[in-house]
Design a protein around this ligand. Structure first.
Ligand code: ZN
Length: 166
């Protein structure tokens, strides 16, 4: 998102040429560049020791399809902290191990998705109020459970083509 005003002091931004970045939005009163950024969201498959993945039903997202754990990055966290926090908040599982798969920019949402696989030891689900239901489903998944245009399927396909050995 391109800011018109400085988020620190409210001054209208100008532009300044900085190194090889070219012209960037600049605050003349704070004397610093204000870089543009998109929202950052983590999305993770949560897989237990029985090779089952957690599928979530979130009616505010979709009444027809299932999704994986997702959540927005908060300033001050590492992306890995965000994954662990969201997995615990949404379904009450503790992440023991996590793997970064890839990132994908989603144009309509202006959001950078960071795609992970989280490993847990299966525990009873404790659902947040944002999650209407959750199930453990044996892998590989029936892809028709996921929205064909959604980010969950994007992650599932990236997971299938991920080379564990690299
Ligand atoms: Zn400023």
């Amino acid at each position: 998102m391109r800011a018109l005003f400085c988020p620190h002091c409210g001054t209208r931004l100008t532009e300044k040429r900085i190194g090889d970045e070219g012209l960037v939005p600049y605050c003349d009163s704070c004397k610093k560049p204000i870089f543009e950024s998109s929202s950052v969201c983590i999305l993770t498959m949560v897989i237990n020791e029985l090779n089952e993945v957690a599928l979530l039903k979130q009616n505010y997202v979709s009444k027809d399809f299932y999704v994986f754990v997702a959540g927005y990055y908060k300033p001050g966290e590492s992306a890995e902290d965000t994954v662990k926090r969201e997995v615990f908040e949404e379904i009450g599982q503790t992440v023991n191990e996590l793997k970064f798969i890839k990132s994908e920019y989603h144009e309509r949402l202006d959001t950078l998705f960071l795609l992970y696989v989280s490993k847990v030891i299966k525990e009873p689900f404790v659902l947040s109020f944002e999650v209407d239901d959750a199930f453990w489903v044996k892998l590989p998944l029936d892809e028709s459970l996921l929205n064909q245009k959604g980010v969950a399927l994007m992650l599932y396909k990236a997971y299938l083509s991920y080379d564990e050995t690299r």
